[in-house]
Design a protein around this ligand. Structure first.
Ligand code: COA
Length: 194
């Protein structure tokens, strides 16, 4: 995306809406980040201050790039977490076929929103935006090997399993250190037969 490209502020699906964050999202975001079940495969639950700081970083990335981890709205619940694209992965992914500094697609939903297909519907919108509008060459997603729910979302939106790696920011022996990487390359539009 160039600096002059207008950026859509929201992505809409049949049931989900991905939109920029508001201050009203901070309290439910903090509750989600303090839920041990939501945070089971992530490194630690967040305090209110840590959660607010995270939301601030998300909003700053949105302001800088025009995309990021969108706030997710679903029927009945309203704000239900985030789905979107993180900034470029800040460490090398030691898995063959990975482009340099890829963008990561990710999600975190409040427990009340699980089991309804919302994460998959929203992630499919984000993936399409990543290729069709942002023209990214590749989108990756990675998670702890035990996080099967997240891997199922990756599979449902069409990402392919590329391999495993030890997360460089988690110490040896950390139970979440082993990660699995999924990726999808941009569709080759306009390719002509030789
Ligand atoms: C990862 C996470 C988003 C997955 O949530 P999820 O609810 O399993 O995923 P979806 O929203 O795509 O819902 C899919 C489920 O809804 C079901 N479903 C119900 N109604 C549906 C509908 N109308 N359409 C589609 N699926 C529907 C599907 O059958 C599926 O259930 P199953 O897993 O029992 O087969 C969620 O577990 C989470 O937020 N975890 C904590 C944070 C986290 O780990 N994030 C990833 C870090 S890398």
């Amino acid at each position: 995306m160039t600096a002059t490209t207008p950026s859509p502020t929201a992505l809409n699906g049949p049931r989900v809406r991905l939109r920029p964050w508001t201050d009203a999202d901070l309290a439910p975001f903090a509750a989600m980040n303090d839920d041990p079940e939501v945070m089971r495969h992530l490194s630690a639950r967040l305090t209110r201050a840590q959660s607010d700081a995270y939301a601030w970083r998300i909003r700053a990335q949105f302001d800088a790039h025009g995309f990021g981890l969108w706030a997710l709205e679903v029927p009945q619940l309203g704000f239900a977490g985030f789905v979107g694209l993180s900034a470029k992965v800040p460490f090398e992914l030691p898995v063959p076929g990975t482009v340099a500094e890829p963008h990561e697609i990710g999600w975190r939903l409040a427990r009340a929103a699980w089991g309804r297909g919302y994460a998959t519907e929203a992630a499919a919108l984000v993936l399409r935006h990543a290729f069709d509008v942002l023209e990214l060459p590749q989108v990756v997603s990675f998670t702890a090997t035990a996080n099967l729910a997240s891997q199922a979302v990756m599979q449902r939106i069409g990402l392919q399993r590329r391999g495993e790696f030890d997360h460089p920011r988690l110490a040896e022996g950390h139970p979440l250190r082993r990660h699995v990487l999924y990726a999808q390359d941009a569709p080759r539009t306009g390719a002509r037969p030789s």
